[in-house]
Design a binder for this molecule. Structure first.
Ligand code: ATP
Length: 220
């Protein structure tokens, strides 16, 4: 695409805690999509998960920062933590579009978020304002029945042929589906094993995150 100087992906979520699935997504997409930057955006409190009380945003930010400290192209943004009102995703993306010129913006979501997407405020706007990357998740089906024809027409399924940065650069704003990341771990499962006093949770998170969780006695 001409006039595009940079490619940056943004990945929003609770990251409560950040785990090896989140980190694998960052590593694989940065390499395979040829990204200049991959940005985690921890949510103050994911607006569509209002029933769940998350761990303090400070802790979640700190764990992400520790987990990515040696990765020059993978960073953590505090943009959703700075604002007085919890922003919806379409508001965050609008802000990014106006601030980042000459940048192709990708917004990354997991399979479960894709399934729930129609519950998000302004979901059709979210899916059309920037490029989307849907990352499949073990044991989750990727369906397409819940979205409109106009959205379905923009889907580029990369599952058969893999990711080729040249192909991606030739498309217009699209919704890419990729199965390059297959890490079967979830934050809910990690919190559950911590609460139950099992030791297997450590295998699901980077070492720095494990040490942080123990030092600050999170998820007890
Ligand atoms: P929870 O179990 O509390 O829902 P989570 O593990 O899904 O947490 P979130 O912080 O809610 O983590 O996830 C942020 C985004 O990452 C979501 O879009 C989610 O679908 C995606 N995601 C999380 N874990 C994986 C995984 N193992 N593979 C692919 N996508 C994932």
């Amino acid at each position: 695409m001409s006039g595009i100087a940079k490619k940056i992906a943004f990945f929003g979520g609770s990251f409560d805690p950040p785990h090896n699935g989140h980190l694998a997504i960052a590593h694989v997409l940065t390499a395979e999509f040829g990204l200049d930057e991959f940005v985690f955006i921890p949510a103050f409190h994911a607006p569509h998960k209002r029933d769940k009380k998350p761990t303090s945003a400070f802790h979640r930010f700190a764990m992400l920062a520790l987990a990515t400290i040696d990765e020059p192209r993978i960073v953590v943004s505090k943009m959703e933590l700075d604002v007085p009102e919890r922003p919806y995703t379409f508001e965050t993306l609008g802000r990014l579009i106006s601030e980042l010129t000459e940048t192709r913006i990708f917004f990354v979501i997991g399979a479960d978020s894709w399934t729930d997407i129609t519950t998000w405020r302004e979901w059709e706007t979210v899916l059309t304002m920037v490029d989307i990357i849907v990352v499949t998740r073990p044991d989750y089906n990727i369906g397409f029945e819940h979205v409109t024809d106009a959205i379905r027409d923009r889907i580029v399924d990369l599952r058969a042929d893999g990711i080729n940065p040249d192909t991606i650069d030739e498309t217009g704003t699209s919704i890419f589906i990729t199965d390059e990341v297959q890490v079967d771990v979830s934050a809910t499962e990690i919190r559950r094993s911590l609460r139950d006093g099992r030791m297997d949770w450590r295998a699901g998170v980077p070492d720095e995150v494990a040490k942080y969780i123990e030092k600050y006695e999170l998820y007890k």
